[in-house]
Design a protein around this ligand. Structure first.
Ligand SMILES: [Zn+2]
Length: 280
């Protein structure tokens, strides 16, 4: 059955999932992955992980006329979902209504990943990326739900840090079955340093998180529970409820202990600016 999402038609939902479930976050190269691992490991003994951390979100809603008008209720629900998802990593997300910005700009509204419009918009709108999570919304290039920038790219290119989300993917949006706010939870996972659970497939060490079983590729839709699906090792079960897989929004509700530890390590290595503004 043809599958429509953000003005693009796919053969079916599986094809959309192969296209990346609309997640345009770059796939880290093997060299990047190795460097990140080396840096984290080299600093492990010298760094204490925080016990709790508050992250201030700055919403930048890029609109095109009446399109892209995100409501206060949607922001509140989105923040609640982030807080629920990342509570185990001791993160609390907050935002202030007085800091919410609406910007009417057709080109920026239709931005693509890595485009000149993305860079322009972020340079014009972004708050200090070392201190805040910049959360942009817009219509984006057709077929996309969002993307994020990894923590280890902050130092080299701070201007484009943050997450970018399809406006209709926020809670109450029209991008069903991806309209319950889980795309933002997924993208914030990348922003905090998590890879997809199927990263690397069955080769090597997958997503570099030991308690997410390696699986050969993304799962999509609502895969049946208590089935191994496409795992690489007999006896394992694919992480079909993990936020960093590609399943439907209402199927995502899980982050593992090692993912939570990885998030803390990534913050202590690459996003230390967040510590200065918050209660540690
Ligand atoms: Zn992703």
């Amino acid at each position: 059955m043809a599958f429509f999402i953000n003005n693009k038609e796919f053969l079916n939902q599986e094809e959309f999932s192969k296209f990346g479930r609309g997640c345009a976050t770059k796939i880290p190269t093997p060299i990047e992955i190795m460097r990140v691992d080396e840096q984290i490991n080299a600093n492990k003994s010298r760094r204490q992980l925080f016990s709790k951390l508050t992250i201030e979100v700055r919403f930048h809603h890029i609109t095109f006329g009446a399109r892209g008008l995100i409501t206060k209720t949607q922001r509140r629900q989105q923040i609640e979902l982030l807080n629920k998802a990342y509570a185990g990593a001791n993160l609390t997300f907050v935002y202030s209504e007085s800091q919410v910005k609406f910007i009417d700009n057709e080109n920026w509204y239709n931005m693509g990943h890595g485009s000149a419009n993305e860079r322009q918009a972020k340079i014009a709108l972004g708050a200090d990326p070392h201190k805040y999570l910049n959360f942009y919304t817009g219509g984006l290039v057709s077929g996309l739900l969002g993307w994020a920038r990894f923590p280890f790219d902050l130092a080299g290119d701070p201007d484009i840090d943050g997450v970018v989300m399809l406006d209709e993917s926020l809670p109450g949006g029209s991008a069903a079955p991806y309209n319950l706010g889980m795309t933002a939870v997924h993208e914030v996972g990348h922003w905090l340093g998590l890879y997809h659970t199927f990263q690397g497939g069955c080769d090597g060490i997958g997503d570099h998180v030991l308690d997410t079983p390696a699986h050969s590729g993304a799962n999509y839709g609502k895969p049946e529970t208590n089935k191994p699906h496409n795992v690489c090792k007999i006896g394992d079960y694919a992480p079909i409820h993990n936020y960093m897989n590609y399943v439907d929004d209402d199927w995502m509700h899980e982050l593992t202990l090692s993912q939570e530890t990885r998030i803390k390590e990534q913050i202590m290595m690459y996003r230390t600016g967040l510590l200065n503004t918050a209660s540690v």
